[in-house]
Design a protein around this ligand. Structure first.
Ligand code: NAD
Ligand code: IPM
Ligand code: MN
Length: 353
């Protein structure tokens, strides 16, 4: 029996609802496998914790998480209770950086049984590789002057190491897929970081002569996501561009509630963190209607990363069977409650086993 220690941080809002659902599916998958045991440890670090303790996690939070194999997180943020820059920087981003989870992998594909909101989309299956540690999300900046002269400055930081790491990851991934990497750039308007980004992309591409490469400005790229997403295989993007593109990726699949993500420490020196693309959705919390598929598919990505790819494929198959049967939450135009969707996914998983 292979045992894995998983730290669970449900977080805020619907994170608390969809995480237990995904755990039920992962438990069912582990049972089917027979040789895999997932040991869950829960941490109630969220905005309520902040209101009680003045911080999003204890001082030794990162040290506590270090000993786990992986981290399974729902979503963080309750803008009505705690300002987002405090809650997110105090937990989500702190973990991403603390464990050098510098690659964020976010797939989007046309699922069997689900209509995309796009009109007659061709079959698309793409993966965004998002640089996850720097870029536009830097800590460099500040405010100067006061009153009407006040200025806020935010510097975008692009290191060669992290830029190259994201690009190499994208090329390696494309080598296992259809061999096409698109770089999301904006070197026509952003005059330092993006020409640098293009340069590194070209340099890395030299090491992968068998790959097809394209460099596309992010504005046009966003439009192509809507008009012809089937042209994409792997897209490598900076932190902010990747963030925006991947909500769009969720939307063209049918809902951001189904979009999965993996924050990877590719060196496997520290735990990686698995959390869906969507947030805590305060507008629908407590109603039992949150779509659990984003979190469940994210669980599948965790299994993939741990080396259980076949089991992961079973889960995705069971998700598609469920969608095909019309068991869908309201964000997908259905009337099913969250738990009914999970129950059906588990039943379909057992049928496939
Ligand atoms: P959001 O993703 O929470 O919600 C956007 C819209 O999508 C809402 O209408 C919501 O109801 C819907 N939605 C999201 N997930 C859904 C699901 N699983 N099922 C059905 N509908 C779903 O984005 P937001 O409103 O911008 O952010 C809310 C809070 O979450 C903020 O505090 C934000 O900072 C935070 N956030 C956290 C994460 C994270 O922790 N990874 C990610 C994104 C946003
Ligand atoms: C995401 C989220 C986060 C990000 C926010 C909540 C800080 O939008 O994971 O996509 O921008 O990385
Ligand atoms: Mn986002």
């Amino acid at each position: 029996m292979n045992k894995y220690e998983i730290a669970v941080i449900p977080g805020d809002g619907i994170g608390n609802e969809v995480v237990p659902e995904a755990m039920r599916v992962l438990e069912a998958a582990a049972e089917i496998h027979g040789g895999l045991s997932l040991q869950w440890s829960q941490f109630s670090w969220n905005c309520e914790y902040y209101l009680k303790h003045g911080q999003m996690m204890p001082d030794d939070g990162i040290d506590t998480l270090r000993s786990f194999n992986q981290i399974f997180l729902g979503a963080v943020g309750m803008p009505g209770l705690v300002p987002d820059h405090i809650s997110l920087w105090g937990l989500l981003i702190k973990i991403r950086r603390g464990f050098q989870q510098s690659i964020n992998v976010r797939p989007a594909k046309l699922l069997r049984g689900l209509e995309s909101p796009l009109k007659n989309p061709k079959d698309f299956d793409l993966i965004v590789v998002r640089e996850n540690s720097e870029g536009e999300y830097s800590e460099v900046g500040g405010r100067i002057h006061q009153g009407s002269d006040q200025i806020a400055i935010q510097n975008a930081v692009f290191t060669r190491k992290s830029t190259e790491r994201a690009m190499r990851y994208a090329f390696d991934l494309a080598a296992e897929r259809r061999g096409h990497v698109t770089s999301a750039t904006k070197s026509n308007g952003i005059s330092h970081s993006m020409p640098f980004w293009d340069e590194v992309f070209k340099e890395v591409a030299v090491d992968y002569p068998e790959m097809n490469t394209t460099s596309t400005h992010i504005d046009a790229l966003a439009a192509f996501f809507v008009m012809k997403p089937h042209i994409f295989d792997v897209i490598v993007a900076s932190n902010l561009f990747g963030d925006i593109l991947t909500d769009l990726g969720g939307a063209i699949m049918g809902s951001i509630g189904i979009a999965p993500a993996a924050n990877l420490n590719i060196e496997r020196k520290y735990p990686s963190m698995f959390e869906p693309v969507h947030g805590s959705a305060p507008d629908i919390m407590g109603q039992g209607v949150a779509n659990p598929i984003g979190q469940i598919w994210t669980g599948k990505m965790m299994l993939d990363f741990m080396g259980y790819r076949e089991l992961g494929e079973l889960i995705l198959g069971a998700i598609e069977d469920t969608l095909q049967a019309g068991v869908r939450t309201p964000d997908l135009g259905g009337r099913a409650k969250m738990m009914e969707v999970t129950d059906t996914i588990i039943a379909n998983l057992k049928k496939r086993a």
